[in-house]
Design a protein around this ligand. Structure first.
Ligand code: AMP
Length: 293
């Protein structure tokens, strides 16, 4: 491909030294935190970063404290050589890939918790998950001190938690959300898709189609969250092999449930296909027609 490999740095002190040099050279630093097993969704974050900043740091770290399921943590895809090639193709300058002992060298007895927006959806079904995410992202922000950080809209509640954390704790980085990258059949790219069997992969797009059915209901002018939700659930029920965790209509900013749709909403769902949990969401700006028109 002719792309030069990014510099691989495994320790915090080494990364700080390298970034100090980049900063001194006047480069705004763009930061893309990931857990590796990189795919085109991560690539979109890196490409967005490259458009804004001339120095890009990506992190690859499977963060143990955000997993509430040991098997999910252990089975999470890990392939550093392939990830480095991927980063090279997306013009990443530095890859920070610490081991857990580098990130958690002492007992982690300080945590960051973002209230309210972490409630419900994944926050309800994955206790401690957002505390783990907010804590590791805070650590990474303190280490990297990025000018702009990039997160996917695919994980809408996570993006909302990070935005709120940065605002509430006066963190000095701008947060940029990047639209979800999908397969041609609508399935959102995810590292966990690799673990679907061919049969599960074949019916997995139903998740997106159900979200889309709910979206169309809202765009058709329906302002009842119950009815919009029912449109999505009806569609999902066509595939009995999918186990529902949640399917909710929430406010797109605070991620809390709405009953009457009058502002931008997020239709968010989590489902299980066999032993694989998938999440997806679609944001919708309802077309509100004022009465009398
Ligand atoms: P992960 O490696 O799954 O923790 O994801 C790292 C970042 O990539 C997060 O900000 C995710 O929201 C984002 N991401 C993951 N999948 C996608 C996708 N399909 N489209 C856009 N962004 C994504």
């Amino acid at each position: 491909m002719g792309d030069s490999r990014p510099e691989l740095i495994r320790d915090i002190a080494g990364l700080r030294d390298r970034l100090a040099v980049a900063r001194k050279a006047g480069s705004p630093i763009g930061f893309v935190p990931t857990m590796g097993a990189l795919h085109a969704g991560h690539g979109a974050l890196m490409d967005a970063a490259k458009r804004d900043c001339n120095f890009i740091a990506a992190s690859i770290f499977v963060n143990p404290i955000q997993f509430n399921n040991k098997e999910d943590y252990e089975k999470y895809g890990r392939n550093l050589p392939a990830d480095l090639d991927f980063c090279a193709a997306h013009q990443v300058d530095v890859v920070f890939a610490p081991g857990p002992e580098e990130m958690y060298s002492t007992e982690q007895d300080a945590f960051v918790e973002v209230l309210n927006v972490s409630n419900g959806l994944c926050g309800e079904f994955r206790p401690g998950h957002f505390r783990g995410v907010a804590t590791v992202v805070t650590k990474l922000f303190n280490i990297v001190q990025p000018d702009i950080s990039y997160f996917g809209e695919k994980d809408a509640q996570q993006l909302a938690v990070i935005r709120r954390m940065v605002q509430a704790l006066n963190m000095n980085t701008q947060i940029t959300g990047v639209p979800t990258v999908r397969e041609p059949d609508g399935l959102a790219l995810s590292s966990r898709n690799q673990r679907l069997t061919p049969e599960e992969r074949a019916y997995a797009p139903i998740l997106f189609q159900a979200l889309d059915a709910a979206r169309l209901k809202a765009l058709g002018g329906c302002q009842s969250a119950t009815e919009v939700r029912a449109a999505g659930l009806d569609f999902l029920s066509k595939e009995p092999r999918i186990r529902l965790e949640y399917f909710e209509i929430v406010d797109a900013e605070d991620m809390q449930p709405v009953t009457h749709i009058s502002a931008r909403i997020c239709i968010a769902a989590a489902v299980w296909l066999g032993s694989v949990r998938l999440i997806d969401n679609i944001a919708v700006q309802p077309l509100i027609v004022s009465p009398g028109r």
